[in-house]
Design a binder for this molecule. Structure first.
Ligand SMILES: *[C@@H]1O[C@H](CO)[C@@H](O)[C@H](O)[C@H]1NC(C)=O
Ligand SMILES: *[C@@H]1O[C@H](CO)[C@@H](O)[C@H](O)[C@H]1NC(C)=O
Ligand SMILES: *[C@@H]1O[C@H](CO)[C@@H](O)[C@H](O)[C@H]1NC(C)=O
Ligand SMILES: *[C@@H]1O[C@H](CO)[C@@H](O)[C@H](O)[C@H]1NC(C)=O
Length: 430
């Protein structure tokens, strides 16, 4: 077997040598030294741009004499316009093992803005030591990229401080603006609504403060994620104008006020995540109009109110419903059983009372996590042994002092006994 593969290799080497003799290398070499059909200025701008990020020791013209042809650079994409190569996508930083890593002191050189055909720019894990890198770019420079830039992605840069320049709102052809997990501060640019072609706006994991600006007219927006910042104030009513929206994640901020009734216009929304904020004013009835919702996560807010105001049957697609720690009062209504697709129901740490309806076992066949711990649920848990098996540790019922479990059949199966709940005392008939 070994012998055979060795033979095959020999054979291959031989073929390769024959091919070498046949191919006319003199022609190829000539092409290479010319560097392919690319304007010298475009090529020089590319080398200088990369060198700025990667460091002066990186010699582009030496290492990659034909960057759009024979000697492609990892992270650089070119396209041909009028028989000439232009750079259309540039991605720098440690994205993959062999991608161009930025130096410790990267510089955004002016030559970047001479790459006028650039459609996509991505900087990943590039800026590590704190500096206001974006402040070095003048407003006019951004304008130079505005004709073609569709994607701007600035991700995981712990050294990127300063503000998000309002001039990026001049990049009116942007479809995707992702500024994720940096250390940017101050408020968001006021006129983000100028970016009318946006489909994805992700500014999460920074240190942005202030209000969420009005976002009228972004009718093509599919994803809005401003989570994990320090945003405050109320949700702008113009959120109702984002009619195509699929995902709205504003979790982990300091947002307050009522959930606006305008949310009901978001008929295609599948994810609404507002957890860890300061929203109040109860579960707005209009929530039930967002009939495409799959995940509704409002945990850790000051909502208050109860569960009876919503026609749960209108939210048939819900798979995740998390209303933990929202100050809910009252009983868990029977109408919650209409959520046939529900897999996760979180109602922990509220002021709920009354019984835990045993029919959640039969009427919610997909349910595999149920948390009602830290309430005042009372009475007897009357689930079957099978239900306890199905839920395992994802059944949270502890912290309800007046609750007990029923059934001798699970008593001897430690794993099936609901944690933190006592067995009901046998009723002694007198
Ligand atoms: C890059 O290498 C070429 C050829 O080796 C040399 O002529 C040129 O000066 C170098 N450029 C830089 C910026 O080091
Ligand atoms: C660029 O955007 C800023 C802020 O949105 C604006 O003040 C400025 O006039 C714009 N410049 C041009 C040339 O459009
Ligand atoms: C909502 O989704 C449906 C089905 O995918 C689509 O036809 C419709 O255009 C969407 N509505 C909006 C406002 O984008
Ligand atoms: C809990 O509910 C019981 C009735 O089941 C009631 O007597 C008690 O006052 C309630 N406790 C609290 C803290 O609300």
């Amino acid at each position: 077997m070994k012998m055979l593969t060795f033979r095959k290799k020999q054979h291959l080497v031989f073929l390769l040598c024959v091919w070498c003799l046949v191919v006319d290398w003199s022609k190829a070499e000539a092409d290479e030294s010319e560097g392919g059909p690319m304007e010298k200025t475009e090529q020089a701008a590319l080398y200088s741009t990369i060198q700025g990020f990667v460091g002066d020791s990186w010699n582009g013209s030496y290492l990659y004499p034909d960057p759009c042809g024979w000697t492609p650079i990892q992270g650089v994409t070119c396209d041909m316009y009028n028989d000439l190569w232009y750079v259309t996508a540039l991605s720098l930083g440690t994205m993959r093992d062999n991608s161009l890593a930025c130096s410790e002191t990267p510089v955004i050189r002016q030559e970047l803005f001479e790459l006028k055909h650039l459609k996509s720019l991505s900087l990943f894990s590039c800026f590590t030591s704190p500096n206001r890198y974006l402040a070095s770019i003048s407003d006019e420079k951004w304008l130079d990229l505005s004709k073609n830039l569709e994607t701007l992605e600035i991700r995981s840069n712990p050294g990127l401080i300063g503000e998000l320049p309002s001039a990026i709102t001049n990049l009116t052809n942007l479809q995707s603006l992702v500024v994720l997990e940096n250390q940017l501060t101050n408020s968001l640019p006021e006129n983000l609504a100028k970016l009318t072609r946006l489909r994805r706006l992700v500014l999460s994991g920074n240190r942005f403060t202030g209000r969420i600006p009005e976002i009228y007219g972004l009718t093509g927006l599919l994803i809005l994620d401003l989570s994990r910042n320090f945003l405050s104030g109320s949700l702008p009513l113009s959120v109702g104008g984002l009619s195509s929206l699929l995902k709205l994640d504003l979790s982990n901020n300091y947002l307050e006020g009522k959930l606006p009734t305008e949310l009901q216009a978001l008929k295609n929304l599948t994810l609404l995540d507002l957890r860890n904020n300061r929203f109040s004013g109860g579960l707005t009835r209009e929530l039930q109009e967002m009939s495409s919702l799959v995940e509704l996560v409002l945990s850790n807010n000051h909502l208050a109110g109860d569960l009876t105001g919503i026609e749960w049957r209108n939210l048939k697609n819900l798979v995740v419903l998390d209303l933990s720690n929202t100050g809910l009062k009252g009983e868990i209504p029977w109408s919650i059983l209409e959520l046939k697709k529900l897999r996760f129901l979180g109602l922990s740490n509220n002021n709920l009372r009354g019984k835990l309806i045993r029919q959640v076992e039969t009427e919610m066949p997909c349910l595999n996590a149920l948390y009602v711990n830290g309430n005042n649920i009372s009475g007897e848990l009357e689930f079957s042994r099978m239900f306890y098996e199905r839920m395992g540790r994802r059944l949270g019922v502890w912290g309800n002092p007046n609750l007990c479990y029923h059934g001798d059949e699970i008593k001897n199966h430690r794993d099936h006994v609901p944690f933190g709940v006592n067995q009901c005392k046998a009723v002694t008939l007198v």
